[in-house]
Write a protein that binds this ligand. Structure first.
Ligand code: SAH
Length: 362
């Protein structure tokens, strides 16, 4: 049993069952035993991998798309180049390398990272050596300035709550104790105004998830973009609307039951993009229709970039490069599961790779 499992069992025994969000928050960010606070979880030796760790092409293309959005808006200077949840700093390093030849971009960029993990802050400092970087714990602490932001697999790490439809109400899934072991249970059903719009598309007994921290974070991003200019790309797995139980734990690149090893596995949930888009629009920003990652990267020319890089490679390195291209874009790999939500000021073109909104919901 992990040390955190013991802490949580004692807490639940004393004060009663906790929400899935409370459980997730403790598992990921507990100051002593949290998953992110204590380790670097990425890469082959870790528990999971991400698009920028799979290939440099992801960060190069996303970075050039953001730089084009910045140019389209008259190259405001200075501007904040920000990333929440930057992992090992690989994505930001690729963006900074790819945009070196965009006139004025690097001189105007002030790099700001939002990171909760001291271990990963150290990795980011090493990856971005030679660049002037400011770290924050909270996204709300970003300066009020033009904001160019990318978030890859950040929103999926934010704590979710889970609700099961019961008649006109919702029963919340809780983490309690059965025979002194952590176990899921359900609260008594109660009405919930925040889920009123989901009654029409959620049958009796089906589950819906909410992510209470996500819309306020999106509002912080979108307010700055609407007021000062800039653009954001939010990349994550999920869909326009959440359906069913998507809470998952990954350990050594394999699924683990979510309650089995608290603090020792990565816990994530699919991102529900509709509330993010609504928060951005309410903050005065424009939102492009949700774009599958494969479509986004193809529109930005990943095939041509992959062919150019392949010319310098032979043998195993070439095979691994071809696999990486497929993994990022193929509909049966990350191409369809991952989506890109682009936020930009009203009246400006959306970042390349995404399309202008038509007025209809995506
Ligand atoms: N974007 C990176 C890493 C994704 S892993 C990549 O694509 O490789 C999730 C990242 O979010 C980690 O850096 C983790 O430490 C950070 N993180 C998770 N929850 C956070 C929170 N509440 N505040 C700030 N950072 C957080």
């Amino acid at each position: 049993m992990t040390a955190l499992a013991d802490i949580l069992r004692r807490r639940i025994a004393a004060t009663g069952p906790i929400t899935v969000a409370d459980y997730m928050r403790a598992c990921l960010l507990h100051p002593e035993h949290g998953y992110y606070t204590t380790r670097d979880p990425l890469g082959a030796a870790g528990d999971f991998t991400t698009a920028p760790e799979i290939s440099q092409m992801f960060g190069e293309l996303a970075g050039l798309a953001l730089a084009q959005a910045w140019l389209d808006q008259g190259a405001p200077a200075p501007f904040v180049l920000a990333e929440p949840g930057p992992g090992r700093g690989t994505l930001m390093a690729d963006i900074l390398r790819a945009t070196r030849r965009v006139p004025g971009f690097q001189d105007a960029a002030r790099v700001h990272l939002i990171e909760a993990s001291p271990v990963l802050r150290a990795a980011q400092a090493a990856a971005l050596a030679g660049h002037d970087v400011t770290w924050h714990t909270r996204l709300a602490d970003l300066p009020q300035a033009p904001l160019v932001l990318i978030a890859n697999e950040f929103f999926d790490a934010l704590p979710i709550r889970q609700f099961v439809r019961r008649g006109d109400g919702w029963a919340e899934r809780m983490v309690g104790l059965v025979d002194a072991a952590l176990a899921f249970g359900l609260s008594d059903p109660a009405p919930l105004a925040a889920l009123a719009h989901r009654r029409a598309d959620t049958p009796e007994g089906a589950m819906v998830e909410t992510c209470p921290e996500a819309p306020p974070l999106m509002a912080e991003i979108a307010t700055r973009i609407a007021r000062h200019g800039g653009a954001a790309l939010i990349v994550d797995y999920g869909d326009w609307r959440s359906r069913g139980d998507t809470l998952q734990a990954l350990r050594g690149h394999a699924f683990d039951p979510p309650l089995a090893h608290p603090g020792a596995t990565d816990l994530t949930a699919h991102v529900d993009f509709e509330p993010l888009a609504q928060a951005a629009r309410s903050a005065g920003a424009a939102v492009a229709p949700l774009t599958p990652q494969g479509v986004f990267l193809e529109r930005l020319g990943i095939t041509a970039r992959a062919q150019a890089l392949a010319r310098g490679l032979t043998g195993a390195a070439r095979e691994s490069h071809v696999r990486a291209h497929r993994r990022l874009t193929h509909p049966q790999e990350m191409g369809n599961l991952f989506k890109v939500l682009a936020v930009h000021p009203p009246g400006t073109p959306p970042p390349p790779g995404t399309a202008a909104a038509t007025g209809a919901a995506p």
